[in-house]
Design a protein around this ligand. Structure first.
Ligand code: RET
Length: 250
């Protein structure tokens, strides 16, 4: 038998809503960037680029371009009759991975610069992050179950490396900065780690094991993406603008 798993009206409308949110927050971040001196613009520019990439990717998904149908063949064993197979075609929104492979390194760069991590640590965090996203992409398109979860496991190990750089090295090195920056880093890096950890969970129940439908998957990622990009961005930039008079953030 053949089954199609694709988005419906609710999912499509959600994609457009997030597109508009990313568009408005990008404009806000570019305006905020022009209002600070160029030496203090690094975080503004990074953050504006993050929502710009997300905006483009959401546009691609909303017009139904950044998506393809992945074929999954499931063997069904029966006691008395010969085994049958079920073929499932589920939508995979590959535009997400294009977005994430660019925006998650930029988000990490925001946090690494805030903490003042050395270049080598920044590079390790970013390369591990790219490995995480690309193996996640491989997992999404792999037809067989075994290799699919193999890629997923590699992605999770890479994610642990990212966590290590932020939570351990980042936390250590930010202590050398003023107290306000250290407290702010703990808060926003903590927010990031909790949020990011929900992504592989959603992936596991949606793309991975297909326990929730495509619309539910779109909504879950939509909420996470709005928190991880615009909300994260406003929080970072407002705090940064408020304390940049006295602090040592570049
Ligand atoms: C995947 C699946 C494989 C295992 C892991 C994953 C982690 C993804 C993360 C994504 C973060 C995305 C963000 C987007 C911004 O809007 C690829 C889902 C570990 C952490 C922050």
């Amino acid at each position: 038998s053949i089954e199609y798993q694709e988005s419906g009206d609710v999912g499509n409308r959600t994609l457009w809503v997030v597109f508009v949110i990313m568009l408005i927050s990008s404009l806000a971040f570019y305006i905020m960037a022009f209002r600070v001196p160029v030496q203090k613009r690094m975080f503004h520019i990074l953050t504006a680029f993050i929502t710009t990439f997300a905006m483009i990717s959401y546009y691609a998904m909303a017009v139904h371009d950044g998506v393809s149908k992945n074929q999954i063949v499931i063997k069904e064993s029966h006691k008395h009759t010969p085994d049958t197979t079920k073929t499932v075609y589920r939508e995979v929104y590959w535009a997400r991975y294009v977005d994430w492979s660019v925006t998650t390194p930029l988000l990490l760069l925001d946090l690494c610069l805030l903490a003042g991590l050395p270049g080598a640590n920044i590079l390790v965090a970013i390369v591990a992050d790219v490995i995480m996203i690309l193996t996640g992409l491989f997992a999404a398109f792999t037809v067989e179950e075994g290799p699919k979860w193999g890629y997923y496991a590699i992605a999770c190990i890479a994610y642990l490396v990212v966590i290590y750089q932020l939570a351990f090295n980042g936390r250590g090195v930010v202590q050398n900065k003023d107290k306000k920056t250290a407290t702010f880093f703990s808060a926003i890096a903590g927010f990031t780690l909790v949020l990011w950890t929900v992504y592989p969970i959603i992936w596991g129940i949606a793309d991975g094991s297909r326990n929730i439908n495509v619309d539910a998957e779109i909504i879950a990622y939509a909420v996470l993406d709005v928190l991880a990009k615009p909300v994260f961005g406003f929080w970072l930039l407002f705090t940064h603008d408020a304390m940049s008079e006295s602090s040592s953030i570049e």
